[in-house]
Design a binder for this molecule. Structure first.
Ligand SMILES: CC(=O)N[C@H]1[C@@H](OP(=O)(O)OP(=O)(O)OC[C@H]2O[C@@H](n3ccc(=O)[nH]c3=O)[C@H](O)[C@@H]2O)O[C@H](CO)[C@@H](O)[C@@H]1O[C@H](C)C(=O)N[C@@H](C)C(=O)N[C@H](CCC(=O)O)C(=O)O
Ligand SMILES: Nc1ncnc2c1ncn2[C@@H]1O[C@H](COP(=O)(O)OP(=O)(O)OP(=O)(O)O)[C@@H](O)[C@H]1O
Ligand SMILES: N[C@H](CCC[C@H](N)C(=O)O)C(=O)O
Ligand SMILES: [Mg+2]
Length: 485
């Protein structure tokens, strides 16, 4: 329970209109969830302006409204809190209302196009393995210690974030690792949070439907590092050409990692196989069940964060070697007939390129690679041809199929992908719109020893078609097919 008058302790208020002694026990930014106990924050969204729903929230019983401008009409029993920026106010009010839980833990944010889930999940696993209770916000799931909560977004809205963080604090969590998406930074979902560290993985093509230009995407990511305080640390991948750009003007203590050049944290791959790789990190050996240069970089990010947090390096390496793979990332399955399937969440051109390159480095010349891949509907269309181009250039056969078509026609998404296939490569490509049939076709075409890469959906257990989520899990489909062949 809090009083309206307390809001000015949490965020900058331009003006109060009405009774400041009214109390609220909930915060909402959606009129459809409004109730008499709730404070409604009107946020200007991507599609509509939340100010248009103020009257709906009041009809639903809300008597306190945070907004940037007063609505037309008379609202006698409503208290209005006028602010400059409602999205910022929402974050700051949520943080204050839930008792600033981010200040009571060591909060580390991970951002970048690819690798966020992997790095954040490994950090959560590592710190728990070393005996520290920890929380996690990720695309796959959120965790309060070992308690698993479903995840709806890579980075949840500020109310969910602070509510869950308060539960983490109550459960004794000392650390919290959070994926920070560019959408979340842009929409100020992380406003009001107190970060002790930030990690940058990489920046490649994605989300241009939302950010419009690569420069705007870069600026959104950079804003996270610009906001880190001087007692925080920032760990950046300097193998990425924008690594140092991210930390220009950053007040935090900057540390670098690389698998190619001089850096604070350096790694070298000694040996790779499907089961894992042997690495040397800052002169110390490490065996991990992860493979690929990109995972060497992810491990460096984790190692660097643990080192920056003052952990014992030997203990970190020991724990890292015990961690198992991340759900739906380079997950391998073997059929009795000798086919290896790799399920991976690669849904960007760079991720797909990395996973294909990794398989190509490990496989023997006689083992063919058959790649099954689609692209999501209602998402960046410009990555579709690029993804198909990457798939054909590194694979022996490619089966183009559906990912989550969402509101789009799946055939037209596949057609967009085909634009990226050059004339000579067309012979390698098969289009099978039904994803299950596509996976089946790849497994049927594969011979003993061959590798079937099923990319794009990783851990997802659904396929979204025209607003309906149907149960669909690449791993289950593969198992069913493997049991038949
Ligand atoms: C494009 C996008 O990011 N949209 C997010 C955004 O919604 P929005 O701005 O579109 O909302 P809107 O429909 O314009 O409505 C504006 C406001 O009016 C309110 N409203 C609306 C209708 C109504 O009847 N009453 C009402 O009060 C809404 O609650 C909202 O506050 O703010 C919402 C609340 O935080 C998010 O749930 C929503 O995520 C949508 C569902 C989504 O799909 N987002 C994806 C793209 C996303 O965020 N992805 C990133 C990860 C990307 C990655 O890493 O690959 C993520 O962090 O998950
Ligand atoms: N450091 C990396 N660099 C490039 N590609 C990577 C890296 N780490 C993982 N990948 C590839 O990207 C895919 C997604 O990885 P992960 O889920 O960790 O990324 P993410 O940033 O959390 O993605 P999302 O934006 O969907 O949340 C992996 O399945 C793998 O193919
Ligand atoms: N966080 C990403 C996930 C994409 C996963 C892929 N399977 C798809 O549906 O496009 C997004 O929402 O764009
Ligand atoms: Mg993620």
């Amino acid at each position: 329970m809090a009083k309206v008058s307390q809001i000015q302790e949490w965020t900058s208020v331009k003006r109060f209109v009405g009774n400041k002694d009214v109390e609220f026990s909930e915060i909402t930014f959606d009129s459809r969830m409004a109730s008499s106990n709730a404070l409604f924050v009107a946020v200007r969204g991507v599609h509509v302006d939340g100010h248009l729903f103020i009257s709906k929230a009041i009809e639903a019983g809300c008597s306190i409204v945070v907004c940037e401008e007063l609505p037309n009409g008379e609202y006698e029993n409503t208290t209005f809190v006028l602010v400059e920026d409602s999205a910022l106010a929402l974050g700051e009010i949520a943080a204050g209302f839930y008792g600033n839980p981010s200040e009571k833990m060591v909060l580390v944010g991970v951002t970048g196009t690819n690798g966020k889930t992997t790095v954040a999940t490994l950090l959560h696993g590592l710190f728990r393995d070393m005996g520290f209770e920890s929380g996690l916000f990720s695309t796959v799931a959120n965790f309060i210690g070992s308690e698993k909560l479903p995840s709806t977004h890579t980075t949840p809205d500020p109310v969910a974030l602070n509510k869950i963080m308060q539960r983490m604090v109550d459960a004794g969590c000392k650390y919290c690792f959070m994926e920070v998406s560019s959408h979340a930074i842009d929409q100020k979902r992380i406003a009001g949070l107190s970060f002790k560290g930030g990690i940058f993985t990489n920046l490649t093509h994605d989300h241009l439907d939302y950010h419009k230009t690569f420069d705007a995407y870069l600026k959104a990511k950079k804003a996270f590092f610009d906001g880190l305080p001087k007692d925080a640390f920032a760990i950046v991948n300097v193998d990425d050409k924008n690594g140092m750009v991210m930390v220009q003007n950053c007040k935090a203590h900057v540390k670098t990692y690389s698998i190619r050049s001089m850096a604070d944290y350096k790694a070298k791959i000694v040996e790779s196989m499907f089961e894992g790789m042997q690495l040397v990190i800052n002169n110390e050996e490490l065996w991990t069940p992860f493979v690929g240069k990109f995972n060497a970089q992810n491990l460096l990010a984790v190692y660097g964060a643990a080192a920056s947090l003052g952990c014992d390096i030997r203990e970190v390496l020991l724990s890292l070697s015990r961690l198992h793979s991340v759900d739906g990332r380079f997950q391998t399955m073997r059929s009795a007939s000798g086919i290896t399937a790799v399920v991976d969440y690669a849904h960007t051109p760079d991720a797909l390129k990395n996973v294909i390159e990794t398989i190509n480095q490990i496989r023997q010349p006689e083992q063919a690679l058959l790649t099954v891949v689609g692209a999501g509907g209602d998402r960046d269309k410009t990555k579709r041809p690029e993804m198909a181009g990457v798939a054909v250039s590194g694979s022996d056969r490619v089966i183009l199929t559906s990912d989550n078509p969402r509101s789009e026609d799946p055939q037209s998404i596949v057609d967009d992908m085909m634009e990226g296939v050059d004339l000579q490569s067309k012979i390698k490509v098969l289009t099978v719109v039904d994803r299950k049939e596509a996976i089946k076709a790849a497994c049927m075409l594969a011979k003993r020893g061959d590798i079937v890469l099923v990319a794009g959906k990783g851990h997802e257990d659904y396929q979204e078609i025209q607003g309906v989520k149907h149960h669909f899990d690449d791993r289950e489909v593969i198992k069913e097919i493997f049991d038949m062949i």
